[in-house]
Design a protein around this ligand. Structure first.
Ligand code: NAD
Length: 275
């Protein structure tokens, strides 16, 4: 620990597992206290196995092991978040950092998606980010400083096949980030996006998503088969990056080292955006 976030408090959505958990643990290692939010349950139209309250409890254990304090809240980011954010801010005396990380995936060709799948995607992956920003912004404004890190995707930089709703939502997050950066700059608050390529998390490592990478097979591909297909997406010879790689980029954007960086898109994509 080098204390790059010493004395700061971070709100992190999607904190029960995957990238959100990695951000919580990495930030705690650097001295932050954590307000961890997750729905910890199934979402309609999503076939990826849901996270659980036990997953969120494990994040809490890891944060405390890293020396951080943490409060957890089980709540859906589609809901109004002011109350849970205000409770956490009262516990830790304010908020400095926001990671809007909660997100889902599902699949379908653009013209074949059900309206329900489209709406659920936009409600969580875009409106959920807006809910997170609007509930937390007053606290950062009160501080006169702060950093928001919105998790987009390489699907926020280019079109991807079979996930038009995801791609639309992730491009929407970039638009939200750019406008918010204007709105909040007078208050000393920075807003940026990270854009991961495939990350080794439950979101991507399940039969349903893997199958989309190997439509030629009549069974879900194995992890190795998926790895071979996924490697073609990146310039560097890796199939996916690790959650800590996204957490490290988020840490940089959240820290004072990035004090004059706002309104940028930071790919953590092994060169995927150049493919
Ligand atoms: N894994 C990847 O390959 C990848 C690539 C690019 C971008 N992303 C993005 O990174 C973010 C995190 O993904 P991950 O890979 O860690 O996935 P994950 O499924 O491992 O974790 C996502 C977490 O978000 C939570 N969540 C989902 N919907 C929610 C809601 N409505 N309210 C509150 N919490 C909710 C889930 O319960 C889960 O704990 C997502 O926004 C995703 O789109 C992931």
């Amino acid at each position: 620990m080098t204390g790059r976030l010493r004395g700061k408090t971070a709100v992190i959505t999607g904190a029960a597992r995957g990238i959100g958990r990695a951000q919580a643990v990495r930030f705690a290692e650097e001295g932050a206290d954590i307000i961890a939010i997750d729905v910890c349950g199934p979402i309609e139209s999503v076939q990826v196995p849901p996270s659980t309250p036990q997953d969120l409890a494990e994040t809490a254990r890891l944060v405390e092991q890293a020396g951080g304090r943490i409060v957890t809240e089980i709540v859906d980011v589609r809901n109004e978040l002011h109350d849970v954010v205000d409770r956490g801010a009262a516990e830790f005396d304010g908020i400095d950092i926001v990671c809007a990380t909660a997100g889902i995936t599902s699949r379908g060709a653009a013209i074949e998606l059900s309206e329900a799948a489209w709406r659920t995607m936009l409600d969580i992956n875009l409106t959920g980010v807006w809910n997170t920003c609007t509930a937390t912004a007053p606290h950062l404004i009160e501080r006169g400083a702060g950093s928001m890190v919105l998790t987009s995707s390489i699907a926020g930089l280019r079109g991807l096949v079979g996930v038009a709703h995801y791609t639309a939502a992730k491009h929407g997050v970039v638009g939200l980030m750019r406008s918010l950066a204007h709105d909040l700059a007078p208050h000393g608050v920075r807003v940026n996006c990270v854009h991961p390529t495939n990350v080794d998390t439950p979101l991507i490592q399940n039969d349903f998503v893997r199958s989309g990478f190997r439509p030629d097979l009549d069974r879900p591909p194995t992890r190795d088969e998926f790895a071979t297909a996924a490697t073609q997406m990146n310039l560097l010879a890796v199939p996916w990056v690790q959650p800590v790689d996204i957490a490290n980029a988020s840490l940089f954007l959240a820290s004072d080292e990035a004090r004059y960086i706002t309104a940028i898109s930071l790919p953590v994509d092994a060169g995927s955006a150049q493919r």
